[in-house]
Design a protein around this ligand. Structure first.
Ligand code: PRP
Length: 212
């Protein structure tokens, strides 16, 4: 039986753009374009299997080797530190991790800063580097609510267009780190399926360059 290359793509608009790049690189799987709710698609001829994963779960599949390669946001990679190779910055899904707060917020260093976030490790590293004492309040979403109702002083969250902050009367106070989508690989898979993976990397890197 032919060896399969398993690819974990983030479900959603970013994943669809990434799939198009695979297709243009010569690694298509036409059935993926059919409008249904299937999550796994194969191109038997090329020995290629794509699956749609929840974006934040992609590194789990790749780290555990059920996916040889995948695409994940730098935010997820920094937060969960999966033991994978980061092969390529796709220059897609660009946004930033930022500290935001109500407009009138003034940081008082005499008090522990209450920080609401989905990205506890990123927030902790950021404030540790400044020697700032913080209390992390880990939330799973809709982080913007926290400072409005008094659960936290600030939030550390992803800002893309800035619309969510604006609509909730919050402002960016600092950028923590710029974020974009990355092509990642399982360490063993990268070794044993190197030829195919390198071909994909070259094909996709050329498209990233062209778009710049
Ligand atoms: C993210 C982030 C912000 C929003 C920023 O939320 O947490 O809420 O996008 O985008 P904007 O700057 O373009 O408004 P996401 O949609 O991932 O959902 P979440 O609230 O569950 O984190």
């Amino acid at each position: 039986m032919k060896q399969m290359l398993n690819v974990a793509l983030p479900k959603g608009r970013l994943g669809e753009k990434v799939y198009d790049m695979f297709e243009k690189a010569g690694f298509p799987c036409p059935s993926i374009k059919e409008d249904n709710r299937r999550l796994i698609f194969e191109n038997e001829e090329l020995g290629l299997r794509f699956f749609w994963a929840k974006p934040s779960d992609v590194p789990i599949y790749v780290e555990r080797g059920v996916a040889d390669i995948g695409v994940a946001g730098k935010d997820i990679l920094l937060e969960y530190l999966p033991d994978v190779y980061e092969l390529l910055d796709l220059n897609l899904g660009k946004c930033r991790m930022a500290v935001a707060a109500p407009k009138d917020f003034r940081d008082d260093p005499r008090h522990t800063l209450r920080v609401a976030t989905k990205f506890s490790r990123i927030a902790k590293n950021y404030y540790d580097a400044q020697g700032r004492d913080i209390d992390i309040i880990h939330l799973n979403g809709s982080i913007e609510i926290a400072p409005i109702i008094g659960l936290s002083d600030v939030i550390v969250d992803i800002v893309e267009t800035g619309t969510t902050l604006k609509e909730n009367n919050l402002e960016v106070f600092a950028t923590v780190v710029p974020i974009s989508a990355r092509l990642i690989a399982n360490k063993a898979g990268f070794k044993f399926k190197n030829e195919t993976i390198e071909k994909i990397v070259r094909g996709i890197a050329a498209q990233v360059e062209m778009r710049k």
